[in-house]
Design a protein around this ligand. Structure first.
Ligand code: FAD
Ligand code: FES
Ligand code: MG
Length: 282
C-alpha cells in the first residue's frame, strides 16, 4: 500500500514522488490534496496537494519542499518504501470552466499545486498566462511543464538570476491594466504573496482564487485547526477549501495562526537532525 514508485529531486529542497494508490488516483480532481503520515505511531499528519494523477497506472504524484521534520523524513524515503498512512482525495476540486483569459500565478513551491489547475483550465478552452516566480533561479521548479501548458509564460526571480527581476505582482498588474483585462486570476504560493496578489487584482475587479495552506490535523472539518475568516464567515480550509475568493480572505489572521507552532517545529526539526547526524557518525 502507498508504495513509492518513483522519486526525483527537482531542486535543492524540492522532491517529486509517484505513489501507488489506485483508489485516490481514480477519484481525485485538480485542486484536491492528501494527508499523509510518515512515521507509524506518533508522527504528525501533513497535507500535500495531488500534483498529478494517473488512473491507468493507479498512481498519484506529490511535489513537496523539505522545510521541517515531516517533509524531511518523507524526503529520506526511497523507491520501494511504503508511506504508512495516506488519506484522500480531500478538499473541494477547483471550479474549472471556460472563463476566457485565466492568469495563473505560482510562487515557490506553489507552482506544484498550480500545475494541475493550469492544465485543466487550458483543457477547458481558456487562454492561460502563467506567471511563476521564486527568490532565485535554483528555487524555480517545473518551468518546462508550465511552458507546455501556457499560451504565455512569464518567469520572475527576486534577485534577477533568471527571467525578469521582481515580484510576480509586477506582471500581474501589467496584465490587469491591459484591455481586455484577464477574466480570472488563480494565485498559489506563500500567504504573503497571495495577499499582495489579491491586493493587485482588487482595484481591477479581476475575480481571484487563492489556495490556502493553513495548518491541518484531521482534514475532515472536526479539529478546527485550519479555520480562516473569509468575508464575515468562518471557514474550514480542509472541507470548504482549499480555494477561496482571495479578495475576501483575512490573510493577516491566517499568517498569525500559521506561525503559532514555529518554536516547537524548529526544536522538533533540530532534534531530528541531531539524531541523524549521530547515526551517520556511529
Ligand atoms: P514544520 O517545521 O513542522 O512546519 C513548517 C511550516 O509548515 C509551519 O510553520 C507551517 O506553516 C506549515 N505546517 C506545519 N505543520 C503543518 C500541518 N500539519 N498542516 C499544514 N501546514 C503545516 N507543501 C508542499 O511542499 N507541497 C504541496 O503540494 C503542499 N500542498 C499543501 C496543500 C494544502 C491544502 C496545505 C494546507 C498545505 C500544503 N503544503 C504543501 C504545506 C505542507 O503541508 C507543509 O510544508 C508541511 O506540513 C510542513 O511540515 P514539516 O513537519 O516538514 O515542517
Ligand atoms: Fe481539522 Fe480542518 S484540519 S478542521
Ligand atoms: Mg512538522
Amino acid at each position: 500500500m502507498n508504495k513509492i514508485l518513483k522519486k526525483e529531486q527537482l531542486s535543492d529542497q524540492v522532491y517529486r514522488m509517484q505513489i501507488a494508490t489506485p483508489l485516490i488516483a481514480n477519484e481525485c480532481k485538480p485542486g484536491q490534496f492528501i494527508i499523509l503520515q510518515v512515521d507509524d505511531d506518533f508522527g504528525e499528519r501533513i497535507p500535500l496537494t495531488i500534483a498529478d494523477a494517473n488512473p491507468d497506472a493507479g498512481s498519484i504524484t506529490i511535489i513537496f519542499q523539505s522545510v521541517g521534520r515531516t517533509t524531511h523524513l518523507l524526503a529520506e524515503m526511497n523507491v520501494g518504501d511504503s508511506i504508512p498512512d495516506l488519506l484522500g482525495p480531500l478538499g473541494q476540486p477547483t471550479h474549472i470552466e471556460k472563463f476566457g483569459h485565466v492568469v495563473c500565478v505560482g510562487g515557490g513551491i506553489g507552482v506544484a499545486p498550480l500545475h494541475p489547475i493550469a492544465k485543466a483550465m487550458k483543457a477547458a478552452g481558456n487562454k492561460v498566462t502563467i506567471i511563476m516566480g521564486a527568490r532565485n533561479k535554483s528555487l524555480l521548479i517545473m518551468e518546462d511543464e508550465m511552458r507546455e501548458i501556457a499560451d504565455e509564460l512569464i518567469v520572475m526571480s527576486d534577485d534577477g538570476s533568471y527571467g525578469r527581476q521582481g515580484l510576480v505582482t509586477v506582471p500581474l498588474k501589467e496584465l490587469c491594466e491591459q484591455s481586455p483585462k484577464p477574466d480570472m486570476a488563480v494565485i498559489i504560493g506563500p500567504p504573503i504573496m497571495m495577499k499582495f496578489g489579491a491586493e493587485t487584482t482588487r482595484p481591477y475587479a479581476v475575480p481571484t482564487v487563492v489556495s490556502l495552506n493553513t495548518i491541518m490535523i484531521d482534514g475532515t472539518g472536526m479539529c478546527g485547526g485550519c479555520r480562516v475568516t473569509v468575508g464575515d464567515e468562518t471557514k474550514f480550509v480542509c472541507v470548504d477549501g482549499p480555494e477561496f475568493d482571495g479578495h475576501l480572505v483575512d490573510f493577516d489572521n491566517m499568517i498569525k495562526r500559521l506561525g503559532a507552532y514555529k518554536d516547537i517545529e524548529k526544536k522538533d526539526h533540530d532534534e531530528h537532525h541531531c539524531k541523524l547526524d549521530a547515526a551517520a557518525k556511529s
